[in-house]
Design a protein around this ligand. Sequence first.
Ligand code: ZN
Length: 125
Amino acid sequence: MFCWNCGKENPNESNYCINCGSDLHSNIERKDEESSRNTTYEVLILVGWFLSANQIIFFLTQPESVRGLSIIVELGTFIMSIVLINTKNKTSKTNGWIILCIWIFIELIGLMAGFMIGFMDALMQ
Ligand SMILES: [Zn+2]
């Protein structure tokens, strides 16, 4: 196998690189961790876009006065997904979940505000 650190070829059974001394197996774990982190992020982004799509459908069925809110909420969704994609390789899973929680929070606030305005409109008529 090739050393992840210096690129030197090592016998497959060796634990440490003969050239630089790096732990050859620690990198295998690291790669697994990285790929599971990437999967988590992809799932988070999909969940976010799913919520976002639901919201678009919800807002389209609402009175015109509420629809303006959808722009704000969608903007929040868009920014969150950009943040999530940009931090994909840098942050931990925990940070990803925090971002998703903020995202869902924005979506919920938007939904509640939409319902409130819709309710007010119904009362006025
Ligand atoms: Zn090496």
